[in-house]
Write a protein of this length. Structure first.
Length: 299
């Protein structure tokens, strides 16, 4: 690796060897960002916040300066590609081949233990021929291909939802997409993984003018006053509601916000300021928020 140097040191515990490398400490760059050579004149800028429950929450300003919103949910994506139906077919075929129980009882391969990994491989090789025979059947291969075709078709729908103003709105302006690049995991407990990277790739392949925007603090600050928003809790105060936030500032007067829509508006604002002024808004920088938190702690 060109960014790391070998320190001429090796460490071992008798089983494995560790190579010691050094890396030059990065210098904080502050609030400066590379100036974007982008012209926004006569264009419709769409801020996109990718997420887990919604693949894409979009926000843009119409020709009258009013905000317009659209979204594409993960549930809609799963329904259109037939995820549950395909999963039920696979489970049925595995059950008929007497593989369902054997596959569920396999020791996990996600382990640092050599013995657990060997146990996983030993049990896997006992049923490997049957698994390969099942996956080689015509019906299984046809299902896999039909799923691929549906994903490509739905990916076109997602890109059209992001770039199109909708049938009820007449807006022929060229589109510039400001895509939130938080690089978070697209799945978590209770949420199926979504094709966030696939959406970004599909937009580029279709020739859409798209730029990545750092998502820092976009869902934590109000899009109106840029003050901190707080979560709202379910009845009894036991659990925070993920998609709802409230701004307690005097300007917003306890306004309730959709978390993802608020993030999309902030992404749109950050991209516009970065393009026109060459700098990220100071309130959305990590350094400023860190200094603000330290000032609040100091008596």
């Amino acid at each position: 690796n060109v960014r790391r140097d070998f320190e001429c040191m090796l460490k071992t515990d008798g089983y494995a060897v560790s190579v010691i490398l050094s890396k030059v400490k990065a210098v904080a760059t502050g609030w400066d960002v590379p100036t974007l050579d982008v012209s926004l004149a006569g264009k419709r800028v769409v801020g996109v916040d990718p997420g887990r429950t919604d693949l894409a929450n979009c926000a843009w300003m119409d020709e009258a300066g009013e905000p317009v919103f659209s979204s594409y949910s993960n549930k809609e994506y799963q329904q259109k590609i037939g995820l549950k139906k395909a999963g039920a077919k696979r489970r049925l075929w595995m059950s008929r081949a007497n593989l369902q129980e054997a596959m569920t009882q396999l020791p996990s391969a996600k382990t640092p233990s050599t013995f657990t990994m060997m146990a996983h491989l030993e049990q896997l090789f006992l049923i490997l021929n049957r698994v390969l025979a099942l996956n080689g059947l015509r019906r299984v291969r046809d299902l896999r291909f039909s799923q691929h075709c549906l994903r490509q078709r739905v990916m076109y729908d997602i890109c059209d939802r992001i770039t199109s103003p909708g049938a009820a709105v007449e807006d022929d302006r060229p589109v510039v997409v400001a895509f939130g690049a938080g690089m978070f995991s697209s799945c978590s407990r209770g949420h199926c993984p979504g094709p966030v990277k696939g959406v970004r790739r599909a937009l580029r392949e279709r020739g859409v003018e798209m730029y990545d925007v750092n998502e820092d603090y976009t869902s934590q600050l109000c899009n109106c006053c840029h003050g901190r928003v707080v979560p709202m809790y379910s009845q009894g105060g036991g659990m925070a509601i993920h998609g709802v936030r409230r701004c307690l500032s005097a300007t917003c007067m306890r306004k309730t916000l959709n978390r993802d829509v608020n993030a999309a508006l902030n992404i749109l604002y950050i991209f516009t300021v970065e393009t026109l002024q060459g700098d990220r808004p100071r309130v959305f920088t990590r350094r400023y928020q860190t200094e603000l938190a330290r000032a609040a702690v100091v008596p």
